[in-house]
Write a protein that binds this ligand. Structure first.
Ligand code: WT7
Length: 653
């Protein structure tokens, strides 16, 4: 764990007060109201969250709002509910029955809208298909789909029967998919014949075929027809969704009641990178997670019934779970989904979508914003973006230049920006402005959501002074927090509660300014944020050393204008192998196959040896300096062999 240091002091410019219109209509209408509520929630978080939980429909109410013995939290103990019931059934009894739940656009331009009634029908039918394939409460289901409505339908269908889902991002390779299927012990995989991305077809079914060769636990692969492309279907194992639906429909009416699910039962598993070579299966609960998702969607995105909300994340990431599917549907909002790339067929695709669908609230990542800046103002300027009233960002610190561009060019200087800090592990947003209350500062996530107690501390756990960089911790449990790492309770405890006993450590460095605003300074562990996606350096290293030519490797992040971090791999080769451009390309594709394209190193440097400590630990800090600044100025006293550094420097020149 490296010590957070303020390298480029984020400048504090002008304050952006919430626009008047928001102060009138938002849930929290002033800073005074926020402070009052925060203070109350600080004293008794459980009572704040219990009030939020009452907005959901419970089949059976809980006996205890919260139970906490670090590291294990339980929320709404003894309560029973169903996520799919909360997102669908309960809206059917209201005027929202015929309101659009999902508005979708495919990359080729095809469109679909599903009202709450229609989405309910689809989910019930899908749940019946799952049951016909033998999926039961508690079974794990892997979902490997493009961004099509069926992705949300599949998730809700799993939730309906109480089968935890593990959605795997469609950009992951067959190998990565296989690892996740095995770790979760999934018995069923849901995929499609492909998906559209940049005009090409992503061969999802081909990857699944490859992955399930070595996953004996998988009994069925359910295939959605999306592209119409021919795929191979293995008799007895593979089932077309449309064919099974037709068979079931011939047998009679579809019906599937929403199971009574225990508040603490896992809803989903999401794999994310950590500091070891093996991704962690973060799992979330049912009652606490949905409570957190619903209230943050409502308050932070200020969603009104007439709004169309577009969160651009893929459902393969936690952002897609919480703010494309569960949060918006739980509160009866209209959520927009888009299948493809932001620059297909042209760099204005997003702005074109916003204009045609009159999107009101737009939530995306800084890496995307930086790409838009690069592509040029003329693309958004061609379109009428006047429907927008609120903007959001997530995934990494946003540089003030990008923030100001977003504010001016996309938001027409009228939309507040919510810079939302959270993690796969936190389930939902923890630090963010409330659009009717919080004056924003470009680059700061501002203040904690009510009921959340973050602090910046020193290595010894004592609180930092104002503007002193330190470690970001969360001092009290919250309902959306992860309940564990699938199958590995020891790693869970060590990873999150090991550095500051009994207190959740985020892995982020941060500072608090004199107004109490949080400024996130990035990861302090061996995790890098590449284009808004989290990757463990160890994971890329393990992939590299699997290659027959590689002896050893060390991977570090280097700041990148577009992607936040670029991946630099230092590689030593086995005897007799010669470095060269060819091998670099081979290694890049090799990592692409092992993990996925997002993990391909941007730069590969061959070297004779890696700098190590006397105990044999690779000194990644020195490599990071070398990759970033071209030289090493930091402390090198623990280095075992100084000549290694000299050689690396020489190779640099
Ligand atoms: C890490 C979590 C939560 C969904 C997206 C990423 C960084 C996230 C912000 C923000 C500064 C941010 C942190 C965090 N991060 N949001 N608004 N400002 N940094 O989820 O892959 O679990 O990554 O992303 O470093 O720890 P994730």
């Amino acid at each position: 764990m490296s010590t957070p240091s303020i390298t480029s002091v984020q400048k504090e410019g002008k304050l952006y007060p919430p626009p008047k219109a928001f102060q009138k209509k938002a849930h929290i209408k002033s800073m005074a109201a926020y402070r009052k509520l925060y203070k109350r929630s600080y004293k008794n978080p459980a009572s704040f969250w219990a009030k939020a939980a009452k907005e959901l429909h419970w089949f059976k109410t809980w006996t205890k709002a919260m139970q906490w013995t670090a590291p294990n939290a339980k929320w709404f103990v003894g309560g029973k509910l169903n996520v799919s019931y909360n997102c669908l059934d309960r809206h059917l009894a209201t005027w929202r029955r015929n309101k659009a739940a999902i508005v979708w656009e495919g990359e080729p331009g095809d469109q679909r809208t599903l009202t709450y009634q229609q989405l309910y029908n689809e989910v019930v039918r899908f749940a019946c298909v799952l049951k016909s394939l033998g999926v039961k409460t508690g079974d794990r289901v892997a979902i490997y789909l493009p961004m099509i409505p069926e992705a949300a339908v599949a998730m809700l269908a799993c939730a309906r029967i109480g089968a935890p889902h593990s959605v795997v991002f469609g950009g992951f390779s067959a190998q990565a998919l296989k690892d996740r299927i095995l770790d979760a012990g999934a018995t069923c995989v849901i995929t499609a014949d492909g998906g559209f991305r940049r005009g090409q077809i992503v061969p999802l079914k081909v990857n699944v075929d490859d992955a399930v060769k070595d996953t004996p636990g998988v009994k069925h692969v359910l295939v959605v027809r999306r592209t119409g492309r021919d795929v191979s279907m293995k008799a007895g194992r593979d089932v077309w969704l449309h064919e099974r639906l037709a068979e079931l429909s011939a047998q009679g009416r579809f019906s599937c009641r929403a199971e009574d699910v225990d508040s603490e039962q896992p809803l989903c598993i999401l794999y994310t990178s950590g500091t070891t070579g093996k991704p962690k299966g973060i799992f979330h609960s049912t009652g606490g997670y949905l409570t957190h998702a619903a209230i943050t969607t409502k308050w932070i995105f200020d969603l009104k019934d007439e709004d169309t909300f577009w969160c651009t994340a893929d459902v393969g990431w936690v952002t897609g779970h919480t703010y494309v599917v569960y949060g918006p549907l739980a509160i009866g909002a209209t959520t927009f989904m888009y299948e493809g790339a932001p620059n297909h067929p042209g760099p204005d695709r997003f702005w074109d979508i916003i204009e045609r669908h009159r999107v009101n609230v737009f939530y995306t990542a800084p890496t995307a914003i930086r790409a838009f800046v690069k592509w040029g103002d003329e693309h958004p300027k061609k379109h009428d973006l006047s429907s927008l009233r609120l903007l959001g960002t997530v995934g990494e610190p946003i540089n003030p230049e990008a923030w100001l561009w977003y504010h001016r060019v996309i938001g027409g200087a009228r939309c507040p920006i919510v810079d939302t800090w959270w993690q796969t592990e936190t389930g939902g947003i923890l630090i963010s402005p409330l659009p009717g209350a919080t004056p924003t500062k470009p680059g700061s996530g501002t203040l904690p959501f009510p009921g959340i107690v973050p602090e910046v501390v020193r290595k010894d756990g004592t609180p930092c002074d104002a503007n002193e960089g330190g470690y970001l911790v969360l001092k009290k449990p919250w309902p959306g927090m992860l309940r564990g790492i699938w199958g590995d309770p020891d790693r869970f405890k060590k990873q999150y509660f090991g550095d500051f006993p009994g207190i959740y450590f985020t892995g982020d460095g941060a500072r608090r300014d004199p107004d109490g605003y949080f400024w996130i300074m990035g990861r302090v562990d061996d995790v890098i944020n590449v284009a808004g996606h989290r990757l463990g350096t160890a994971e890329i290293e393990s992939a590299l050393v699997l290659h027959e030519s590689v002896a050893e490797s060390a991977v570090v992040g280097r700041p990148d204008d577009l992607k936040g971090s670029a991946i630099v791999a230092f590689v030593t080769l086995k005897g007799g192998r010669s470095p060269g451009a060819d091998l670099k390309e081979q290694l890049r594709s090799h990592v692409g196959r092992e993990i996925g394209s997002i993990a391909k190193p941007d730069e590969i440097r061959f070297t004779d040896a890696l700098p190590k400590t006397r105990s044999g630990k690779i000194m990644r800090r020195l490599l990071r300096e070398l990759a970033t600044q071209g030289d090493v100025k930091g402390d090198t006293t623990t280095l075992e062999d100084f000549s290694v550094l000299e050689k690396l420097r020489a190779e640099e020149e």
